[in-house]
Ligand binder design. Structure first.
Ligand code: SAM
Length: 240
């Protein structure tokens, strides 16, 4: 399995906290053993130099090939936390690069009020999911914020708003110029926005379109928010 360094230099890395405890106590790691460690965005076959319950240190050694993540930034409206957390785990497995939790107009008040207290837990969930799915990079989870603020964080050239839309803009059509165009390799950064249980309001839809987001549909059925996000990312993985 992979570990993700908490502290690193060009040649050494350390794991602390739960990861150190797991290595020392559960796996009974010892100096000289090798593990796969991600440090500074690269995966290494690293050799343990020192073990304690609090910290395990490594010589980083040989660099291994890494997966190339599809740079997808998701604006995910906050929904019931059990569904949200399940979605975060699956989106990490599917390669999301960055997730911005959005306090949407129709996010339930009690969820909006306690969302910022959940961020550390969400970061732990994506860290575990990254390790489990053998990713060599981390998913960035922002602090929860209102939509207008979240929109300013997005710099992807393709911005797709998942919504009930009158128009017949399908995801496959929206992605076509991207995976067939001359810049296909260099022009892959994408952003998706997924609304809360009650959907986006008209005002929010206008804010998106004023900021050059393109409304797209995943078909005639109403999907749960987490299903919509996972379906969209799966289609991107397949096409791009
Ligand atoms: N009635 C709500 C509405 O008006 O949008 C349904 C919301 S749906 C449960 C939650 C979110 O999932 C939506 O805001 C949208 O982002 C996404 N979604 C669900 N089904 C979709 C579909 N067929 N096409 C595009 N997006 C969808």
């Amino acid at each position: 399995r992979r570990f993700i360094a908490d502290i690193f230099t060009d040649t050494t890395a350390s794991l602390t906290g739960e990861q150190a405890h797991h290595l020392a106590r559960v796996l009974r790691a010892q100096s000289g053993q090798q593990y796969d460690v991600v440090a500074n965005g690269f995966l290494h076959r690293a050799t343990i130099t020192r073990v304690s319950d609090e910290e395990v240190t490594f010589d980083l050694g040989e660099q291994l090939e890494t997966d190339s993540a599809l740079p997808v930034h998701l604006l995910l409206a906050i929904i019931k936390f059990d569904h949200y957390e399940w979605g975060l785990e699956k989106l990490t497995e599917l390669g999301a690069a960055r997730i911005t939790p959005v306090i949407a107009r129709r996010t339930e008040k009690h969820l909006a009020a306690s969302a910022s207290k959940r961020v550390e837990r969400w970061r732990r969930i994506v860290l575990e999911s990254a390790k489990q799915s053998r990713r060599s990079d981390l998913v960035e989870i922002d602090e929860p914020m209102p939509l207008a603020q979240a929109l300013k964080l997005v710099d992807a050239p393709h911005k797709l708003l998942l919504a009930e839309t009158e128009e017949d803009n399908t995801l496959a059509n929206a992605l076509k110029p991207q995976h067939e165009g001359p810049d296909a390799e260099h022009n892959r950064a994408l952003a998706f926005a997924v609304g809360p249980e009650g959907g986006w309001t008209q005002d929010e839809m206008k804010l998106f379109t004023d900021n050059e987001w393109k409304p797209i549909t995943l078909g005639p059925r109403i999907l749960r928010a987490e299903t919509a996000a996972i379906a969209a990312l799966s289609v991107c993985n397949a096409l791009l």
